[in-house]
Design a protein around this ligand. Structure first.
Ligand code: DMJ
Length: 662
């Protein structure tokens, strides 16, 4: 038997000959209108004509602003009408991004009046809390405070003093921080681990760096102004709508920014934020948080701020959040769930799967290990180490490259055959190396896995682009190579350079330099000079440029990876081109993402310098990472957060490298 025929249409027959049928012919319409018009009185006709003229006039006047408004409406990311904090509906401010400026025109707002002397407070007390054998950083910072660069001053000029990188006149040397001025007890100094001098060699002083440092600080203040005014205590600023968004409801931007403020010596801002942490921040909330994000941003941010300041408030808060995150590890395999309810003490995977992301479960170790060291409670480190040890043994890798997902029940990789250094795998590689360094380069399996993975990258993922021959890192999917590279991969030059600095093969440094150039090109080959989220490299001849960008990939979220790597490359090579590249990128952030009323915004289109389409969101990592790395890039004295004493977590929060016997 056949099923009845489906009828999913309606048929309508219109006969022109039927006098009752609807006649919408032009001729008929014209006659009928004219008849109606004639039936009107003279006064009525005059009135209608007057109204039409008035409408025409208003239309001409309003046309330009309507066009601007419609452009705004077409941007999917900027909500044209937004709910303000008071739940009123408010229109967006049309001129949120500075007018595009001419290439040679000024790109920065007028800099604040140059302070003659650099920050009054002086360098932060950089301390390795609970390092049993004395405080490396303090002693080294102390020794390096005032170095007269006599060779730099011309005849008749006052000698210049290098002060955290700022070149200032000798008689304007700022005060030292009391904790830096204090002498360390004799006898403790001898126990300091000898530092690798390469990172302690003063880099050539750079007269531009004073101006650049001030500009980065000014950018931070501007971002903070927006956050303070419109999003205080909330997770993220929405600078365009002068509002905020919540992710975990834990003041994410504020916590992520703490150590940046300390490093930049923004004392007033830091104290206000500290007061909020002391009086308002509570983790006793019925809220689901992502284990990885809250570990790297909140736990990492609190731990590093504790190390920089020595203020026990931050350690207490770190312990609190750390212990509340522990239920995530209660899974059959000990591979943690992605989400934890920090109020209820329950954890679960995402709704649609029992998988976790590989990068997420393998990039929480630096923080949990450090928490154990500080609290002397092994449970944090044990949980995190178990994960990395299990991953070490797993099948499903290709030449050390890991898949992107791992199952919390079986403890096995899933979605096998896809390999990337980008989203969902990136910081796995970064944390292998960094844990090895954090622990004093003793944990051989970490090093083995890192070295094998870098060989895997070289063998499977490296290619050259056309026409410039840029080295890039693509992706592999079931044996098929794709020339796709996420901006996230730009952490790799910095990580490779850090490895080479720590004694790994010098060819890692060569590769780091090549990839650094590629990441820089991902910015310069765009019309705004800002990188998109994802690029595809050309590999065949005949194309004008190396980089193609798909429509959906044209956004820039103010990410840090490229400036992060520039910081490492500059520290290890002293080559000023890396600073200049960072400066260019910084200027383009100012030009295309700065919101006049305060804050910076992600944008949707790096290919359109006339209208980059603000997305109305300032990610917390812009303050936690991007501006911090830019500041450190322009800071001349490599002893500020020496890379021989500190390891930066994947959210740019510096944690101490452990001394031997710990
Ligand atoms: C940050 O949260 C971290 O750097 C993370 O490793 C990757 N994503 C963002 C920045 O892009």
């Amino acid at each position: 038997m056949y099923p009845p025929a489906r009828k999913d249409f309606v048929s309508l027959t219109v006969s022109e000959r039927d006098p009752r049928s609807y006649n919408n012919g032009k001729q008929w319409r014209r006659q009928s209108c004219w008849r109606k018009w004639k039936q009107l009185s003279r006064l009525q006709r005059c009135l209608i004509l007057f109204l039409l003229a008035l409408l025409l006039f208003c239309g001409i006047v309003a046309y330009p602003s309507l066009v601007g408004h419609w452009r705004g409406l077409s941007d999917r990311a900027v909500n044209d009408w937004v709910k303000g904090p008071d739940h009123d509906r408010k229109p967006i401010v049309p001129a949120v991004i500075p007018e595009p400026q001419k290439q040679n025109g000024p790109v920065l707002p007028p800099p604040p009046p140059q302070k003659k002397a650099f920050p009054k407070r002086g360098p932060p007390a950089l301390q390795n809390r609970l390092q049993k054998k004395g405080n490396v950083s303090d002693s080294q910072v102390e020794e390096s405070q005032v170095a007269v660069k006599s060779g730099e001053a011309g005849e008749g000029e006052k000698p210049l003093v290098s002060w955290r990188g700022a070149m200032i006149e000798a008689d304007q040397a700022p005060e030292l921080h009391p904790s830096v001025q204090e002498k360390e007890p004799e006898g403790e100094k001898g126990d300091v681990e000898p530092a690798d001098t390469r990172d302690s060699t003063p880099l050539q002083p750079d007269l531009d760096s004073v101006k650049r440092l001030e500009a980065v600080k000014e950018a931070f203040r501007h971002a903070w102004k927006g956050y303070k005014e419109f999003a205080w205590g909330h997770d993220e600023l929405k600078p365009v709508s002068k509002s905020y968004s919540e992710w975990f409801g834990l003041g994410l931007t504020l916590i992520d920014s703490l150590d940046t403020m300390w490093i930049m010596d923004l004392k007033e801002e830091f104290e206000e934020a500290r007061a909020w942490v002391a009086t308002q921040l509570t983790f006793n909330k019925n809220v689901d948080v992502n284990l990885f994000e809250s570990t790297i941003r909140i736990l990492g941010g609190l731990l590093s701020t504790y190390h920089l300041t020595g203020d026990a408030l931050f350690l207490d808060k770190a312990k609190d959040i750390g212990s509340r995150l522990m239920p995530a590890f209660n899974t059959p395999s000990k591979i943690p769930y992605s989400d934890v309810n920090i109020g209820k003490g329950t954890a679960h995977p995402p709704r649609w799967t029992s998988d976790s992301t590989v990068a997420e479960v393998t990039s929480i170790q630096l923080e949990f290990r450090e928490l154990s060291r500080l609290t002397q409670e092994p449970r944090y480190r044990d949980a995190a180490d178990t994960v990395i040890k299990l991953v070490h043994t797993l099948e499903g890798k290709q030449d050390g490259l890991v898949p992107m997902f791992i199952n919390t029940n079986s403890g096995q990789f899933t979605h096998l055959g896809v390999y990337t250094l980008g989203a969902r795998a990136d910081s796995y590689y970064e944390y292998l190396l960094k844990q090895w360094i954090q622990g004093g380069k003793k944990e051989k399996e970490l090093l083995e896995d890192y070295l094998q993975a870098m060989e895997g990258v070289k063998k499977n993922l490296l290619r050259k682009s056309s026409p410039s021959g840029l080295t890039f890192v693509g992706e592999l999917s079931h044996g098929h190579f794709s020339p796709k590279m996420d901006h996230l991969v730009c952490f790799l030059p910095g990580t490779l350079a850090l490895g080479a600095h720590n004694g790994l093969p010098s060819e890692h440094m060569e590769l780091a330099k090549q990839l650094m150039e590629t990441c820089y090109q991902m910015y310069t080959q765009m019309e705004t000079g800002l990188s998109p989220e994802i690029v595809h490299f050309n590999m065949q001849g005949g194309e004008a440029r190396d980089v193609e960008v798909k429509l959906a990939d044209r956004h820039n979220l103010l990410r840090p990876e490229t400036v992060e790597s520039l910081f490492y490359l500059y520290r290890f090579t002293g080559d000023r081109k890396y600073r200049d590249w960072g400066w260019e990128i910084f200027q383009n952030f100012n030009k295309y993402t700065r919101v006049p009323s305060g804050g910076y915004t992600s944008i949707s289109n790096v290919r359109d310098p006339d209208y980059p389409s603000p997305r109305d969101k300032m990610e917390s990592f812009f303050l936690g990472e991007t501006l911090k790395y830019l500041f450190l890039l322009f800071w001349d004295d490599p002893k500020l957060l020496s890379l021989d004493e500190f390891i930066f977590n994947t959210e740019a929060h510096p944690l101490p490298i452990w001394l031997p016997a710990q």
